[in-house]
Design a protein. Structure first.
Length: 135
């Protein structure tokens, strides 16, 4: 068996694994904002009707949908835009370079979510299960 055939065969599973890990990490940012878990956000208490409150809701619940692989493409597209918005609103004014303005994660998440919007959730997703049951 060639390395190309191994890679081709495992790609949908690795896509799902990447989606699950990235979603789990992303949800922690929302959990921090909404539930002070796993660690409380510094500053005053969160107001849900604010940009940070909306970001927390999108991060936690959107990340949860991605973790399950449910509505992967539209959720990933919205989250990609959210992270691009966060970068240009919160990080870019602090300087051009993402390492200087601490925007690396926003850029990373934006492009990973854009990829997921194009690629879908992979084999291990509720979207894939749903498509199988519709046939």
């Amino acid at each position: 068996m060639s390395i190309d055939s191994i890679c081709t065969k495992s790609a949908p599973h690795l896509l799902s694994l990447m989606r699950i890990i990235v979603a789990f990490l992303f949800m922690q940012h929302g959990g921090q904002k909404l539930f002070n878990f796993p660690q409380a956000m510094p500053g005053p208490p969160l107001e849900l009707v604010s940009m940070i409150g909306l970001a927390g809701i999108l991060e936690f619940f959107g990340g949860g949908l991605l973790l399950l692989g449910l509505f992967t493409r539209p959720v990933a597209f919205v989250l990609s835009g959210t992270m691009a918005f966060a970068y240009f609103i919160a990080h870019a004014p602090q300087g051009f370079w993402p390492t200087v303005n601490q925007g690396e994660l926003a850029v990373f998440y934006s492009f990973v979510f854009l990829y997921l919007a194009a690629a879908g959730g992979g084999t291990w997703s509720l979207d894939a299960l749903w498509c199988k049951t519709k046939r």
